[in-house]
Design a protein around this ligand. Structure first.
Ligand code: PEP
Length: 254
């Protein structure tokens, strides 16, 4: 089964490093059947366009602002990233929800702006460790989905992918008390997400929406996670920084 493999480089690489990365990724994944998306920092989007055009690799941005243009110093809009070569955008990543205090209302507006500009949205949802300890994780993620997708029409959902990223399982957040997530836990949450889409939209929408997993996917566990038929793909942070490792995961047949 073809999967969607998304690399999130976060705030890493300078342009010269990314150029080498992009050329290498294009070459190493040329025979892949998967949908591969690389999300570099904004400053490298045009470099990505130059070095990835004609390759299998699509380009994504890590964020956008919700307005089109104006007096928003330091912000970047959906049409700007599209113009720079992005066809995907990550919205609602926990780094942004937590470190930049992004609310579901703001995320909802960003999603609307991205969709209005013809971008595919990778909507990240997921609970923190405390919420899971309190057994509130399903309600928490359901509410994120409801709030983030408020006012979004069913026909627009074909451009929305949902990435379940339990905050506690993301490599940079792991602590000694956390454990690795099990297949059972991933599948249960994927099911909860699909059921919520069914409740809010339709059975057809719940069957068609792509649900990805993210959180410490690396060379040791990627086969196990991606061969799971419940999971349509993965979003990969730390392990995507090494182009050889990311290419191995991206070109595998699942
Ligand atoms: C992420 O931050 O989206 C992520 C999945 O990171 P990592 O793969 O490093 O856990």
């Amino acid at each position: 089964m073809n999967k969607i493999i998304i690399g999130n480089l976060k705030m890493n690489t300078i342009a010269s490093e990314f150029k080498v990365y992009a050329m290498s990724l294009a070459t190493k994944t040329k025979n892949s059947k998967n949908e591969i998306v690389i999300c570099p920092p904004f400053t490298h989007l045009t470099t990505a366009k130059e070095f990835l055009s004609g390759s299998k690799v699509k380009i994504g941005a890590q964020n956008i602002f919700d307005e089109e243009k104006g007096a928003y110093t330091g912000e970047i809009s959906a049409n700007m990233i599209k113009d720079a070569g992005a066809t995907y955008v990550i919205i609602g990543h926990s780094d942004r929800r937590n470190k930049f205090k992004e609310t579901d209302k703001f995320i909802n507006r960003k999603i609307k702006s991205a969709l209005a500009n013809g971008l595919k949205v990778v909507l990240c949802v997921g609970e923190n460790w405390q919420t899971r300890q309190n057994k509130q994780e399903y309600d928490f993620v359901r509410k994120q989905i409801d709030d983030d997708l408020k006012g979004i029409y069913e026909n627009e959902l074909e451009s929305v992918l949902i990435a379940y990223e339990p905050i506690w399982a993301i490599s940079t957040n792991k602590t000694a008390e956390n454990r690795n997530i099990s297949k059972k836990d991933i599948n249960k949450m994927v099911d909860v997400i699909r059921k919520e889409i069914e409740t809010q939209y339709s059975t057809k929408a719940s069957e068609q929406i792509k649900v990805l997993y993210g959180g410490s996917v690396d060379l040791n566990n990627y086969k196990k996670i991606l061969s799971n038929e419940f999971v349509d793909g993965a979003i990969i942070g730390g392990a995507s920084l090494n182009v050889d490792n990311f290419s191995v995961i991206a070109r595998e047949t699942y």
